[in-house]
Design a protein around this ligand. Structure first.
Ligand code: 7RM
Length: 660
């Protein structure tokens, strides 16, 4: 057994922010004492807790067994019958919510649409009838390759209504990526659009779709939404305009009553190697947890205007643009385009004009706003905001403090939400009216979620000792498998901490490193493959990056290693600077930053090399692709798969960053 302390965690953060009295007084969860009671009961009996959450949904038939756990395969609420679109739509029609805005949408050029719950329901029923007319039924897969327009949500909910499985492919992905996903899922129909607006121009999706469909024999029809109005090819007998087929469909549709374990969607996520994994989610358990977490963590009320900036091509778009908020009858604000079009004030302008109350975005966006400068934020009246959220990466304490002060005016709790495509829903996050927050920590697991930081041998880490983040009990929104590959599912997530002969263990491994502090708060150190070993010390790159970002000149940082004869590994930092920052000569700044890291963390964490660059390579959802940086440092170029990369031109620029 390896008793070595696996990951040292070195950055300490002591600031604590309690919820304001004003926020707490009105919050859905406002009593720390009650929450504590619920937490304790849920820890003893997570299943009973989730049953209570499930009861908030509308079921056609109640479940027989809340959890059937056949390691590592789970069934939640087996025997129950439910429909996700009914929970997001029909159940709101018998109240004032029928005429409440479900979606307020703004296109990038500035056009606007509002769909009430009544109208959204009618559109979804029409689309469901259209799908059926095209021969789509229960269990068939529909691919959705679209930008952020209401029809994307309508298509998803229409699938859910008839029991078809949707596979949303991010509109920024290539035709090859679309083809691979459609083939893997044996998709029968594709919903797409002519072009999507992004940064002032239109990105043609239909041409890419045509290329992909040509190699997908199972796709029999393509439905095309007209959005950009650009010229595209329509293939007679295969392609149909959305507007035309919807016109002839009725708005009356009887939803399918589906078993709780009926697949709702698959969403592909890239692993560290090999082909992307199709993460499969089912209906009842998924809906239970996204419904509960949306309500409790975002403190969703009927008068909120809730803006989640995630694209529907990402799991955050599924859970926290569509299924979570709509199943709560909330008003969702949806935006089509780029955050810096026509200028870097676009989000703040929309928040002011639409009186948005809740903003849920990603650290990468927050750091970009910091870089673009406070003036874009300060120009606008953001007094409607009352809650801020973060997801996707560890948020650097510096960015957290900026978000709180400049965007939130020190007046809004920040919910830093840790979760994954695989977990389906938020797992670790503060409950905003009750749990004091610390910059950079997701605080505590939700009631009913049993999480821990453990060593290789499965023993729990000591306070502040870095280890592997595991989930020790099944949870309702968990992935059920990887599409077509139960073995890969078992290997990827369940082989690191298998059950022992006493029946202990058998835990889900998240792939992330984490530590817990004296209050039990979780601090995510990053993916374990982002853990580096320097002179025998294992360091999380996230901490070194946060130390760099805490310097006034730095906007973003990514830290990787290259082999070093003496230290084993040497640290290489890629740094982007804030626009307009007062920057000395770069060779001086290098020394300043090295010393800054030494002061923040210690000499062991001092980068051996600092490369300044205008941009960092990122995935479409904003995660820094450290693997590409490693390749650039090692080989002067990249050799691996770059399909997930957002902007290819970044690679060219990065090659030229070598320290002179
Ligand atoms: C929702 C989403 C999952 C990975 C996860 C982490 C990282 C996400 C946080 C975070 C620190 C957070 N799904 N991650 N949220 N790290 N704090 N609040 O991002 O499947 O695309 O990515 O993202 O490494 O394992 S995802």
């Amino acid at each position: 057994m390896n008793k070595q302390h696996d990951i040292s965690s070195v950055l300490t953060e002591n600031r604590v922010f309690a919820p304001s009295k004003k926020f707490a007084a009105k919050a859905i969860v406002s009593s720390a004492k009650n929450l504590d009671k619920i937490r304790k009961a849920a820890e003893k009996n997570p299943v009973a807790f989730w049953e209570q959450c499930a009861a908030a949904l509308q079921w056609d038939k109640k479940w027989k067994s809340a959890l059937i756990w056949n390691y590592p395969f789970a069934q939640w609420f087996a025997g129950g019958k439910i429909n996700a679109s009914v929970n997001c739509l029909d159940r709101h029609l018998s109240s004032y919510r029928k005429n409440k805005a479900a979606i307020i949408w703004e296109g990038e050029p500035g056009d606007q649409r509002t769909l009430t719950y009544g109208q959204l329901h009618a559109e979804v029923c029409r689309a469901a009838n259209v799908l059926k007319k095209f021969g789509i039924g229960k269990g068939d897969t529909v691919a959705i390759y679209m930008g952020m327009i209401p029809e994307a949500v309508i298509a998803m909910l229409a699938c859910a209504r008839i029991g078809a499985v949707h596979n949303v492919v991010f509109g920024g992905f290539s035709s090859d990526a679309l083809r691979d996903r459609m083939l893997d899922m044996k998709a029968k129909l594709l919903v797409t659009q002519d072009g999507a607006f992004r940064r002032g121009t239109s990105v043609n999706l239909k041409d890419a779709a045509d290329k992909a469909v040509a190699e997908c024999p199972d796709i029999t029809s393509v439905i095309v939404v007209r959005r950009s109005g650009e010229n595209i090819q329509m293939c007679a007998g295969r392609d149909y305009w959305w507007g035309e087929v919807m016109k002839s469909a009725t708005a009356i549709n009887k939803p399918e009553s589906l078993s709780a374990e009926h697949p709702l969607f698959a969403l592909y996520t890239s692993g560290s190697t090999g082909k992307p994994k199709g993460i499969l989610h089912t209906t009842g358990g998924y809906l239970t947890q996204v419904n509960f977490t949306s309500r409790i963590i975002f403190d969703l009320n009927d008068d909120d205007i809730y803006f989640c900036t995630a694209d529907i091509g990402w799991v955050t778009g599924h859970s926290y643009v569509v299924y979570g908020p709509l199943s709560n009858g909330a008003t969702v604000f949806m935006y089509e385009g780029a955050p810096n079009f026509p200028d870097a004030g676009r989000f703040w302008d929309m928040i002011e004009r639409h009186r948005i109350t809740i903003l849920y975005t990603a650290p990468t966006a927050i750091r970009a706003f910091m870089k673009w400068g406070d003036s874009y934020v300060l120009k606008h009246d953001l007094s409607s905001l009352r809650l801020l959220g973060s997801v996707g990466e560890p948020i650097n304490p510096e960015a957290w403090m900026w978000y709180r002060a400049v965007v939130g005016k020190n007046n809004c709790p920040i919910v830093d939400t840790w979760w994954q495509t695989e977990t389906g829903a938020i797992m670790i996050a503060p409950i905003p009216g009750v749990v004091p927050t610390k910059p950079g920590s997701g605080t505590l697991p939700l009631p009913g979620i049993i999480a821990d930081a453990v060593r290789r041998d499965g023993t729990s880490c000591e306070q502040n000792e870095g280890g592997y983040l595991v989930i020790k009990h099944p949870w309702p929104a968990m992935l059920r498998t990887i599409v077509g590959d139960d073995e890969r599912y078992r290997k990827t997530y369940w082989s690191e901490f298998p059950p022992n002969e006493n029946g202990e263990g058998g835990w889900y491994f998240t792939g992330d490193g984490a530590r817990r502090d004296k209050d039990g708060y979780f601090w995510i150190i990053g993916r374990v493959d982002d853990v580096v070993n320097v002179s025998g010390h294992r360091l999380g790159t996230a901490e070194i990056e946060s130390a760099l970002v805490s310097h006034t000149t730095v906007a973003e940082a990514a830290v990787i290693t290259r082999p070093d004869e003496i230290k084993g590994n040497a640290l290489v930092a890629f740094v982007t600077l804030k626009s307009g920052a007062d920057v000395p000569a770069l060779h001086e700044l290098r020394e300043i930053l090295r010393n800054h890291v030494a002061k923040e963390i210690g000499h062991i964490a001092k980068p051996d090399e600092i490369r300044f660059s205008e941009q960092l390579p990122k995935t479409r959802s904003g995660k820094i692709m450290r693997r590409l940086l490693r390749e650039i440092v090692a080989e002067g170029k990249t050799s691996g798969d770059t399909t997930a990369l957002e902007d290819f031109s970044v690679l060219e620029k990065l090659r030229a960053t070598e320290e002179e």
